[in-house]
Design a protein around this ligand. Structure first.
Ligand code: X2X
Length: 336
């Protein structure tokens, strides 16, 4: 919310009687903004977000004060997306695949087995593919900051039976985030996906509404999903990242210099967060095993072949359209 102060009113040229001018108490911020996300406070995304907002406050001399609300405190992802569009929340980290409810192209990085490794991910998301997606996001009244934050390569967990082969997914009751691509991917495997926001995922697993879910190791760890899951199949079936989104009006209400500070500090934290997540995903296997998860190696080529056979790539190529699909293939090679 923006507090009108004397400077703003004078700058706007408003001829107001003096008594109408509300002065800020000394030290109060001129802009107090909310920043929401769905992850526990211990996830690197929240650690680095906290550092960014502290640096922003400092570098703007206290004019811009951003409060981070982790862990779905302001609502589920789909709720928070509406609040962001309304301007009730000013900043929000959201997976591109969920954002696809509003901006269909934003799901494209989630096409099954598209990115071989991080060596393909970041050049694409920091390069032409990312620019293409940000352009589409920009058409919907939102701004996506240039540097995307990492979620990671996703792995399948289960409380009932281990998933070893694509056939094991047939009929498997799996929670997926609310997103047509996620549902489409698991339907192509013959699974039985249910769309559930992250805020409800732990309890959906605990009550056995679903048998499994899929997430990167860092999320499985910080959200303690190992407490309600038994097996973890290393499928790396998709790479997923969090855009940092801003409500355009709110961002542009900031003075130019403050906008530049906000961009600079969030982009810096995103880069730092990426290396935190890479380290975590590389080292968490041991500690998750100690916490009781049984790890299962899989043959990703078999899963990919199952998707191809089911017509997944042909279907989604059609849905995304020529421009988006060639931006993806430009980064990862032919998917046909
Ligand atoms: O909802 C999920 O599974 C999570 C945390 O990975 C996302 O935000 C996409």
């Amino acid at each position: 919310m923006r507090t009108l102060d004397r400077r703003t009113l004078l700058a706007s040229g408003a001829a107001l009687p003096l008594f109408a001018i509300r002065t800020r108490p000394a030290g109060a911020a001129e802009f107090t903004y909310k920043y929401a996300n769905n992850l526990p406070v211990t996830h690197p995304l929240n650690v680095r977000a906290a550092e960014a907002v502290a640096r922003i406050k400092e570098a703007t001399g206290g004019r811009v004060e951003i409060t981070v609300f982790p862990n779905n405190q302001l609502g589920s992802d789909t709720d928070t997306l509406s609040q962001l569009r309304d301007g009730a929340v000013e900043f929000f980290n959201l997976s591109g695949l969920i954002l696809a409810i509003l901006v269909p192209t934003a799901a494209i990085n989630g096409v099954g087995f598209a990115f071989k490794d991080y060596g393909q991910v970041w050049p694409a998301m920091d390069g032409q593919l990312g620019a293409f997606i940000r352009g589409e996001i920009g058409k919907r009244g939102l701004v996506a900051f240039e540097k995307q934050w990492d979620n990671g390569y996703r792995q399948i967990t289960s409380s009932t039976r281990p998933i070893r082969t694509p056939e094991d997914l047939v009929g498997f009751k799996i929670r997926v985030p609310p997103s047509p691509l996620w549902t489409g991917l698991f339907k192509a495997f013959g699974a039985s996906p249910t769309s559930i926001n992250f805020s409800e995922t732990y309890s959906a697993l605990q009550t056995r509404l679903v048998d499994g879910e899929e997430n990167p190791l860092a999320v499985i760890d910080v959200a303690k999903l190992y407490e309600v899951q038994k097996y973890l199949s290393v499928t790396n079936h998709m790479w997923d990242g969090f855009w940092l989104l801003a409500n355009r009006g709110a961002l542009e209400a900031l003075p130019k210099d403050a906008q530049e500070i906000v961009q600079r500090e969030f982009n810096r934290s995103a880069l730092e967060q990426r290396s935190d997540v890479a380290k975590l995903n590389a080292t968490l296997e041991g500690s998750l095993k100690q916490k009781g998860l049984e790890f299962i190696a899989t043959d990703p080529a078999a899963f990919r072949a199952a998707l191809k056979k089911a017509g997944f790539y042909a279907e989604w190529q059609g849905k995304f359209g020529k421009d988006a699909w060639s931006a993806l293939e430009g980064a990862v090679g032919s998917l046909a």
